[in-house]
Design a protein. Structure first.
Lengths: 469, 487, 596
């Protein structure tokens, strides 16, 4: 064995998997990536609501999760397993990239599991092993039609033809209309417009706007996602936009965090501010720009979308060394993203401002929220996993006594709406049986004893707000 | 006699006795166990004699029944095999060391409750003592045989830590952290206060409740506590034991009281020293003694507990009868009670368990406290069915660890000179054991009449098979107390 | 551990040299099919990616993994019941296949080491949690973790300890191996908290211990006659090498009235805590002392007064670490503070932390505060302001944070002896570390004597001594690997620590795990001989999680040949003086054993 005289390599926080060899070996398999923040741990009586990693709760066996994947990355980088080994791809692409493990690990350790997972997908795609076929299909749609659904780009602005909607030719505020709002849930786009019009905030849209590239990014199609990022940033800069408003937590995360990450700049250097409509609306309410007046008398719980919450902290590039002769300190120090400054309160402020709303929290909330299942391309490639995860989250909302679930992300809204219908038609029992099979012993969690659903509806925050002002 | 010559070689003739009178006295005790004479009594003076005796017994296949107390109640030392010798350790009775700072005492097996309490009291300490034990019982043996202390607040760790042992196969051994070779040598700071020695086995557990079947303890380190300097006694008189259960759970869960137990009128009269009181006493009585430790603010410590009992507890159980005196009982008894409970029963008086009719036979098992009333009814029914008066059954319910569980002691008093009474008590005990086991009573103290029932339970067979493998390792030739348990 | 590129070729070449044997071992189809029959095909896998996930997790993994002795299991099986496990164990015995039980997998002994033919039994699916708040006990399956358990107990106004091992540790294995926490001051030691036990013997029999041996009610821990549970654990556990516990009933304890309203989770990561909503019911108190001696005497006296729910002195760097949590770069913030520390500061910094709870009433809490004030004043202690919250021990224990400072950490000594023994051993270790084993071998602790606490209301004390290493220096795969650092580390673990333990009489509870029993055994009545005898009797084929509990000779052979120094150091243990050989009893052993 050598007594190395080598010099530490300069590396950066990017998509090169080799940069996470250290993380893959430091990972202790302490299970925080499985359960999240222990301060918020739930009672064993509701154990099925005690997980932070959706994939792990679905799969139970340890390779379906961060510590297992850390060992896999280590084995790939040290040649102990071939990337072509069939399960490597499956395990990599079952990750929701929801950032739960990233937040949890960084409470006590400075690992970068989320970056490692993103880099792993890129690593496999670079070798022609990924992404999953379903991701390729969507990537093709985005390339050809500029949107997730493969709809005619001309129809993207159909929502704005609704009577009374005023869209400015030119304004400081750009409403970045997501694929879902423009192609599937036009009521969301119309709700955003209604709120801004009511507050007399002039806003514009970009006719030429395409998909934010979220699906490309989470599928490991880095080249395509980066091109989208560069193109979109240029479009926005060319229009001298000051503020970009997103109706979708995934678009918001892409523009605010992943674009700068892929381009290699800091969020603050984008040249424009990126806000989610929930943040903007909360300010409007505070300043009296809009006022919720209609009653909405319901017990409401809010689901923090991953992209709006723990993943939305600004991006700052980092390059440097890990000094082997100084206890592995990072030089220069790295500004770690721990989910601390995510957007958690604005959507709750909006809900609190609506007359009649009684806000209740689920067991997992704020930084410690459980993914809706819609993230990371899992919905497209592994629908059975997504359905399981979404149903668990819905049962959680139901268990805490809410009759209304509100979220601020169209993709989450979509999976929750499907889940509600499914659970109402006997899916609740199926989900309970699934959990029972996973965790046996002659004990059944209290949460599995509630067999009847009392949750009544799912709402998108923007649409709900527009309906009460 | 060949064996005697062999023994003389080991311990010298002055320590050996085969006088028929003496052998006779060792052949029986206060229990109903059938008498059996040993062939010799060997009074060992030190661990090396004991070791040599065990080695010789291994060579010659002689059964050894160790005995440390001067008085026995459960037949634990009466031989079950022919040609047995009794190893009498009662003269190994040195109080080797009192470790005041860490609150432990190092004693030999012959040290009795009377001996230890009188020494500790002078230093302001007490050992953790069962309910008024016999003055001549061995402290170490009572603690190892799971006599429960009246101070049931102790949630923490065992009452005996390190022990010096001779295994049945003839090896000296030290359990617990005193196992370090340099124990009590200069530079060594170990005080032997950890029950476990290094590594992955807990020999302490093998020795407790073993009745000398695996090893012979020649010294042990026992926990001691400060003698309270302020006390206050409360009595909860009740017509039915059921009335006391929930209040007891509450005071346990709120950590109130130092000594806490429940007695029926017969046992209450017994500990108050006058069985004639039994008819004038309430049928049941909960007794709580609040203690103020000398370190801290003794009176303040008592006061917050008094406040809880008179307000918190009373508010929660308005019908609970809380008394500071017992009607018709001489005041001095109540005042003395707190002090009495820190000592054994006075040697000059007939032992309280025997004062009623001359002798008694006990049925002792464990149960959750809430089940105690069911067991009381069960055993009463059983006694009635054999014509034994329930008015003569003494009952002592000792909650353990803040009401986590309790030990129930049914005391069947009888006149040893009346063969009929003896026979009835024998039958009641036999039947009561069976019924109690079937009803879920848990026997962790396995004495004569209980072993046969417990070790024949189907569920316990796996356990028996494996504990026999432990026996094979520690006493492969089965020379220690053969026939007492499941080996 | 390198944070620096290494080519696949280089890693493979070094890996081969370290491992000295094939990395993958395939389980025979015949056995695999039998396992499938028992648990169903969904719950057994030999997929390589799944097997990789179980390599060398948790504490002390570095030494095994970095030495190239961590191997993937030959298959992973997730049983659901004791009956399934009993059947599996019988199959493994029939085919002489070693097996390793794991719940949280939060210790290196819960993963295959030194060989690749091990079946990993993952117990995560075995879920049971029943509480009886009245009799203060829980019935648990091996999958239940402390963090969840704590919250569950709170909801019934009960509490339970969280160990140094962290909230992620599973209750059963941790109770079988350590189960240590500052709350043991009041709750006693884990071995006493174990009551009913459902145990699968190394040969596959289902055996019940405690009151379960007679009935279904696991309310008490004694067994009829001698207590067989003595084979499950001693001062330290068997690390899965003496059968598998599939169910356990443990003691819990009555806590505050309305606990869930008093202890409320608050904050956003990384600054989250359990907020104390009623300071008349619970509070932490910090007391600063003018000297170490004053603090030591005060620990004794507070324990004699039997007040408080925990009395603990933690290493100073933990306090610095906690204070650094707010920094966006946590580790660098810690080092900014720690690099400025001097030995003088550590020598003069003496803080004791005391937890006060209103178990009985507000009046009882006030009484304890008064006594605390009286006693600390007597020793010149000054009560310092503390946050009205708990970040460690009641529900959360950040064990993984131990790796934050240097990314390499080991608890090298831990003992339950008298307080004075804990004090003396900690001070010796602290001084020796400062004098001879500073950087680059270990992080400079400036002579801090480690973690002390009072147990059993002062009837015993607790010591844990932790050291922090730089993985880049002892990972052979790192370009910055330094063999002399590895050798000095081993010298510390295998010579210095056992020598100090033997001198002060400190029984190290890591000696069945990170340090082999043979180092301590000869100094402690040859316990290692007994451990071997019991292992031979109960697991004659040595299939139950080999090589735990470690046998030094075996370790020496197993360690890669290039680690010559460590092999020599390991063999040194043989030179310990045997006490048995010194007694006449030893000859009798022969006689005795013949009678078998």
């Amino acid at each position: 064995m050598q007594n190395g005289k080598a010099k530490p390599v300069t590396f950066s926080l990017d998509f090169d998997l080799r940069n996470y060899l250290w993380d893959s070996k430091v990972c202790l398999a302490c299970a925080m990536c499985k359960y999240g923040d222990w301060i918020y741990a739930v009672s064993p009586e509701v154990y099925d609501f005690g997980w932070i990693c959706p994939e792990w709760e679905w799969g139970v066996i340890d390779h379906y999760g961060t510590s297992g994947r850390a060992r896999l990355v280590n084995a790939l980088l040290c040649g102990d397993i071939e990337p072509e080994y069939p399960t490597v791809k499956e395990v990599a692409f079952r990750c929701h990239l929801c950032g739960g493990c990233d937040m949890a690990d960084k409470r006590n350790l400075e690992l970068e599991p989320l970056m490692m997972h993103e880099a792993l997908k890129v690593y496999l795609v670079d070798r022609g092993i990924g992404p999953m076929p379903e991701h390729r299909t969507i990537a093709m749609r985005i390339e050809r039609k500029g949107n997730y659904f493969g709809k005619n780009p001309k129809e993207r602005m159909a929502w704005s033809k609704e009577a009374g909607i005023k869209v400015a030719e030119k304004a400081d505020v750009l409403y970045f209309v997501g694929c879902y709002a423009s192609c599937k849930y036009s009521e969301i786009a119309q709700a955003v417009a209604k709120i801004l019009n009511k507050a007399r905030v002039p806003f514009m849209v970009m006719e030429e706007q395409g998909c934010c590239g979220y699906m490309l990014f989470v599928s490991g199609l880095l080249k395509e996602a980066t091109e989208t990022a560069k193109r979109t940033v240029k479009q926005i800069r060319d229009k001298e936009i000051k503020t970009v408003l997103c109706d979708c937590a995934d678009c918001y995360r892409m523009l605010k965090v992943e674009y700068p990450k892929m381009i290699g700049i800091a969020t603050k250097d984008l040249g424009f501010e990126v806000l989610h409509i929930a943040q903007y609306a909360a300010n409007l309410i505070k300043d009296g720009g809009i006022k919720p007046v209609k009653k909405f008398e319901n017990k409401v719980t809010f689901h923090d979308p991953c992209g709006l919450g723990r993943l939305s902290e600004p991006w700052t590039p980092w390059e440097g060394i890990r000094d082997p002769d100084d206890w592995g300190k990072l030089k220069p120090p790295r500004n770690f993203r721990r989910g601390t400054n995510g957007c958690y309160e604005p959507p709750r402020d909006v809900l609190r401002s609506i007359p009649g709303v009684e806000l209740v929290e689920m067991f997992r909330h704020h930084h410690n929220a459980f993914c809706s299942g819609s993230c990371g391309g899992v919905r497209e490639a592994f629908p059975e996993q997504q359905r399981f995860v979404t149903d668990v989250r819905m049962r959680e909302a139901d268990y805490v006594g809410a009759n209304v679930l509100v979220t601020a992300n169209p993709r989450s809204y979509e999976v929750f709406a499907e889940s509600l219908a499914r659970l109402q038609n006997g899916g609740m029992l199926r989900n309970i049986e699934e959990i029972d099979k996973r965790f046996s012993g002659n004990y059944t969690f209290k949460s599995l004893k509630k067999k009847k659903l009392s949750l009544e509806s799912v709402h998108d925050l923007t649409v709900l707000l527009a309906s009460v002002i | 006699m060949a064996i005697k010559d062999e023994l003389v070689k080991i311990v010298g003739s002055e320590c050996i006795s085969d006088d028929p009178g003496i052998l006779e006295s060792y052949s029986k005790d206060y229990s109903l166990t059938s008498p059996k004479k040993p062939v010799a009594i060997v009074k060992v003076k030190n661990p090396d004699d004991a070791l040599r005796l065990v080695l010789s017994a291994n060579e010659n296949g002689i059964p050894i029944y160790p005995s440390s107390s001067k008085v026995h109640f459960y037949g634990g030392t009466i031989p079950r095999r022919d040609g047995a010798i009794i190893m009498d350790l009662s003269e190994m009775n040195k109080i080797v060391e009192i470790d005041e700072r860490n609150r432990w005492v190092h004693i030999e097996p012959g040290v009795t409750w009377e001996q230890i309490q009188s020494v500790l009291e002078k230093k302001g300490f007490r050992s953790v003592i069962p309910l008024l034990p016999h003055a001549e019982r061995s402290v170490l043996m009572d603690l190892l045989e799971r006599e429960q202390p009246t101070a049931c607040k102790f949630e923490y760790s065992e009452m005996v830590a390190s022990m010096w042992v001779i295994w049945g196969l003839g090896e000296k051994f030290v359990t617990g952290s005193a196992a370090v070779n340099t124990f009590r040598q200069i530079g060594c700071y170990a005080d032997g206060v950890n029950v476990q020695g290094p590594g992955t086995l807990d020999f302490w557990r093998f020795l407790q409740g073993a009745q000398g079947t695996l090893g012979i303890v020649t010294k042990g380190i026992c926990k001691i506590e400060y003698l309270p300097v302020a006390t206050k006694t409360f009595f909860f008189p009740a017509d039915k034991v059921e009335e006391l259960i929930n209040p007891f759970y509450t005071i346990g869960h709120r950590y109130v009281g130092y000594e806490r137990f429940i007695l029926n009128n017969v046992t209450a009269a017994g500990i108050l020293g006058d069985y004639n009181l039994k008819n004038s006493l309430p049928d049941w009585m909960g007794i709580i003694i609040l203690a103020g430790l000398p370190v801290g603010r003794p009176q303040e410590m008592v006061d917050y507990q008094v406040d809880y009992i008179q307000n918190g507890l009373k508010k929660r159980f308005p019908t609970l009868n809380i008394a500071e005196k017992i009607d018709k009982v001489h005041v001095s008894n109540e005042e003395r009670l707190a002090k009495m409970l820190t000592k054994p029963w006075p040697r000059e008086k007939v032992y309280w368990k025997h004062a009623y009719k001359g002798n008694c036979h006990e049925l002792i098992f464990m149960s959750p406290l809430k089940r105690a009333p069911e067991f009381v009814n069960l055993i009463y029914e059983c006694a009635k069915s054999y014509g034994y008066s329930t008015g003569d059954v003494g009952i002592y319910i000792q909650p353990i660890e803040d009401m986590r569980a309790c030990q129930i002691d049914f005391i069947f008093h009888y006149n040893p000179n009346n063969p009929n009474e003896v026979e009835v008590v024998r039958k009641v005990h036999q039947e009561a054991t069976l019924r109690a086991v079937n009803y879920g009573a848990y026997f962790n103290r396995i004495y004569d009449g209980v072993a046969e029932v417990v070790f024949s339970l189907p569920r316990v067979q796996g356990y028996v098979n494996y504990i026999r493998r432990v026996k094979r390792l520690l006493d492969p030739n089965e020379i220690l107390s053969p026939g007492k348990l499941c080996f | 551990m390198t944070s620096h590129y290494i080519s696949v070729e280089e890693a493979q070449e070094k890996g081969k040299l370290l491992r000295g044997k094939e990395y993958w071992w395939e389980i025979p189809d015949e056995v695999y099919k039998k396992i499938e029959k028992v648990v169903g095909s969904q719950w057994v896998t030999r997929d390589k990616v799944a097997r990789l996930a179980y390599i060398c997790r948790g504490y002390n993994r570095e030494f095994i993994w970095f030495a190239g002795q961590a191997f993937p299991p030959c298959c992973v099986v997730l049983p659901a019941t004791a009956e399934e496990i009993a059947e599996l164990v019988k199959i493994f015995n029939q085919h002489h296949l070693p097996y390793c039980p794991a719940s949280s997998g939060w210790i290196v002994s819960a993963t295959p080491r030194f060989r690749a033919d091990v079946v990993l039994i993952d117990l995560q699916r075995m879920w049971e949690w029943k509480i009886d708040a009245e009799e203060m006990r829980l019935t648990l399956g091996p999958g239940v973790r402390y963090g969840h358990n704590a919250q569950g107990c709170f909801e019934y106004d009960c509490w339970f300890m969280n160990p140094g091992g962290g909230s992620a540790a599973c209750v059963i294995p941790n109770h079988l191996n350590w189960g240590l926490s500052p709350l043991n001051y009041r709750m006693g030691n884990a071995e006493r908290r174990i009551m009913g036990v459902e145990w699968i013997s190394p040969e596959g029999d289902i055996v019940y211990m405690g009151s379960w041996s007679q009935e279904e009610d696991g309310f008490w821990g004694d067994s009829p006659g001698p207590n067989l549970s003595g084979i499950l654990r001693g001062h330290v556990g068997q690390h899965g090498s003496m059968g598998i516990v599939t169910r356990m009933s443990v003691k819990i304890f009555s806590f505050l009235e309305d606990t869930p309203e008093v202890l409320v989770p608050e904050g956003i990561s990384p600054r989250t805590h359990l907020a104390f909503k009623d300071l008349d019911k619970v509070r932490w108190v910090n007391v600063q002392f003018p000297s170490r001696e004053a603090m030591q005497d005060c620990i004794y006296k507070l324990s004699h007064a039997q007040i408080g729910a925990a009395i603990t002195k933690v290493p100073v760097f933990w306090r610095v670490l906690a204070a650094s949590r707010d920094g966006v770069d946590y580790k660098n913030t810690f080092w900014e503070h720690w690099d400025k520390v001097t030995k003088e500061e550590i020598d003069n910094f003496h803080i004791l932390r005391i937890l006060i709870c209103a178990f009985t009433s507000k009046e009882q809490l006030e009484y304890e505060v008064h006594v605390l004030e009286d006693i600390t004043k007597e020793f010149g202690g000054k009560i310092r302001r503390t946050k009205p919250s708990d970040e460690s021990w009641l529900k959360n224990a950040d064990a993984n944070g131990m790796w934050m400072m240097t990314s390499g950490y080991v608890s090298c000594d831990g003992a339950q002896e008298s307080l004075r023994c804990a004090f003396a051993t900690g001070e010796r270790l602290g001084n020796l570390l400062f004098e001879k084993y500073g950087p680059p071998v270990f992080m400079n602790e400036y002579g801090d004597p480690g973690w002390w606490q009072s147990n059993d209301f002062g009837h015993s004390g607790y010591l844990e001594f932790l050291v922090y290493m730089n993985p880049d220096h002892y990972d052979p795969l790192s370009p910055f690997y330094k063999e002399e650092v590895w050798a000095k580390m081993l010298k510390w673990y295998l010579e210095e620590v056992p020598d100090i333990d033997a001198e002060t009489g400190c029984t190290n509870f890591f000696c069945a795990d990170s340090i082999a029993m043979l180092y301590q055994g000869p100094h402690f009545s040859d316990y290692q001989v007994w451990i071997d005898r019991f292992k031979e009797e109960f697991d004659p084929r040595i299939l139950c999680n080999p090589p735990s509990p470690y046998d030094t000779e075996q370790l020496a052979e197993l360690f890669p040949s290039w680690l010559k120094k460590s092999r020599a150091l390991m063999r040194r243990a043989k030179r310990g003086k045997s006490t048995i050989l010194g007694t006449p009893g030893h000859q009798a052993t022969g006689i005795g054993m013949k009678g078998k």
